[in-house]
Design a protein around this ligand. Structure first.
Ligand SMILES: [Fe+2]
Ligand SMILES: [Fe+2]
Length: 193
C-alpha cells in the first residue's frame, strides 16, 4: 500500500503512518546503498545495511562535534575581523552538519527500533505537486544562470588579483549554487506530476 499524503505531511506523529513514512524514506536511502528500488515498499529492514549506516553516522557525529568545538574556540581567540568572518561561515555549516547527522541517525534508529526519536529528518515522499514542480523547474533555470554569472564573476575577480577574498567568496557562492541545483533536481523528481 503506497503512502498517501493527506495534507498533514508535516505531522507524522506516531504509529503506522510514521513507520510507513520511514520505510518509504529508507527505501531511497537503501537505493543509494545499492539495493534495487523495485518493490521496496514491502521491504523488511536489512539489518546489515542499517547497522552499517548507524555505525557510519555514529562515528561521524563525534568528529563533527570535535570540529565544531575547535572552530568555536578558534573564533573566540581570533581578533582579526577577516579571519573571524570566514571562520564563522564554516562554523554555520558545521552547526548544520551536526544537526543533519543527528537527524539522519535518529531517523534510522526510529526505523530500526520502531520508536519515534526526534529530531529526525522528515520523509520527502514522491508525490505529484504540479505547482511546486513547475516553480522548482523555473528556479533550476535561474540557478543555472546564476552559476554562469558567478563563474564569470570569479574569473573577473581572479584577474584583478587585489580582490582575493572576493574571489574566494564568489567561489563559495558557486558551491552554494551547485547545492541549490542538487536540491531542486531532487524536488523536481519527487514532485513530478
Ligand atoms: Fe562538517
Ligand atoms: Fe541559489
Amino acid at each position: 500500500m503506497p503512502y498517501h499524503a493527506d495534507g498533514q505531511g508535516g505531522s507524522l506523529v506516531t504509529g503506522t503512518r510514521l513507520e510507513e513514512a520511514h520505510v518509504y524514506e529508507m527505501d531511497s536511502r537503501i537505493g543509494i546503498a545499492g539495493a534495487s528500488d523495485q518493490g521496496t515498499r514491502d521491504r523488511q529492514p536489512d539489518r546489515s545495511v542499517d547497522r552499517e549506516l548507524i555505525d557510519l553516522l555514529r562515528s561521524h557525529g563525534p568528529r563533527e562535534c570535535e570540529a565544531l568545538a575547535s572552530y568555536e574556540r578558534l573564533l573566540e581567540q581570533v581578533d582579526d575581523e577577516g579571519v573571524a568572518y570566514l571562520m564563522s561561515m564554516i562554523l554555520d555549516d558545521e552547526r548544520r552538519h551536526h544537526r543533519t547527522i543527528e537527524e539522519m541517525l535518529n531517523t534510522i534508529l526510529s526505523f530500526v527500533w520502531e520508536v519515534d526519536i526526534e529530531p529526525s529528518t522528515p520523509a520527502v515522499r514522491r508525490r505529484p505537486i504540479p505547482d511546486v514542480h513547475a516553480e522548482t523547474k523555473r528556479l533550476l533555470r535561474l540557478e543555472r544562470e546564476d552559476a554562469k554569472e558567478l563563474r564569470a564573476l570569479r574569473r573577473a575577480l581572479r584577474s584583478a588579483k587585489v580582490y582575493s577574498v572576493h574571489t574566494l567568496l564568489a567561489e563559495l557562492m558557486e558551491a552554494d549554487t551547485a547545492k541549490h541545483i542538487a536540491i531542486l533536481e531532487f524536488l523536481i523528481e519527487r514532485t513530478k506530476p
